[in-house]
Design a protein around this ligand. Structure first.
Ligand code: PGA
Length: 239
């Protein structure tokens, strides 16, 4: 599993005291920059200067201005944050982020040299109606337009698999990764895109997911909050 990456999306979890415990439990045990931890943004400084990489869960597209509460790509970069998650399904759903907005963010972050994890995925209804390929195609074409693709990682996260304990089956993950890579190649003339999988990844299913050749890593939500589970996932995926 030499080149696989493992991204932790800690979302809104943990208080300051939990963070200290988590850091103690993981300290010196994560020895690779192929692990990317994305804490709630106010906690990011605690995670910096370790062997792993640090990411932010969202970014604004502007590099200056007056948008209260937002963080710019340049600010993130200046803190030593090298990764960003953009277009997570929770942002699409609860903040009504559409592909136009996501595209602006992806273009801006990738221009700043931030490795941008662009999340795409279908709902259960879309899947049942056999619309997965169509949905992913639309998201990819819109979200990646004009982006520096050297700095893009696609996270295929079927929405119905997120936080549900229902994982997408390995054949479908593999087929979808091939589809995404082919589409990016044909449409953007770009050969090297990385595709990771997210949605109920845990310490038990990581072995099988890691065996999927076309998948370049995983995005882990709830199982990354428990340090012992997360360390097991890293051990399998990065060994
Ligand atoms: P999950 O979350 O691992 O809890 O399903 C994944 C995500 O939201 O990125």
């Amino acid at each position: 599993m030499e080149n696989k990456i493992v991204v932790a999306n800690l979302k809104m979890n943990m208080l300051k005291s939990d963070i200290s415990k988590y850091l103690k439990e993981t300290k010196n045990l994560i020895n690779t920059n192929r692990v990317v931890i994305c804490p709630t943004s106010i906690y990011i400084p605690y995670f910096l200067n370790q062997k792993y990489s640090v990411g932010i869960q969202d970014l604004h597209y502007d590099n200056d201005g007056i948008c209260t509460g937002e963080v710019t790509p340049k600010q993130a970069k200046s803190m030593g944050i090298n990764f960003a998650i953009i277009g997570h399904s929770e942002r699409r759903k609860y903040f009504e982020e559409n592909d136009d907005l996501i595209n602006k963010k992806v273009v801006s972050a990738t221009k700043e040299g931030i490795k941008t994890i662009v999340c795409i995925g279908e709902t259960k209804e879309e899947r049942n109606m056999l619309k997965t390929a169509k949905v992913l195609r639309k998201q990819l074409i819109k979200d990646l337009n004009g982006a520096n693709l050297d700095n893009v990682i696609i996270a295929y996260e079927p929405i119905w698999a997120i936080g549900s304990n229902i994982i997408c089956n390995e054949t479908d993950i593999s087929k979808t990764a091939i589809y995404i890579k082919q589409l990016v190649k044909n449409y953007f003339n770009y050969n090297n895109i990385k595709v990771i999988y997210g949605g109920s990844v845990n310490e038990e299913n990581i072995k099988d997911i890691s065996k999927i050749e076309e998948i370049d890593g995983v995005l882990v939500g709830s199982s990354s909050i428990d340090s012992s589970k997360f360390l097991k996932i890293i051990e399998v995926a990065c060994s």
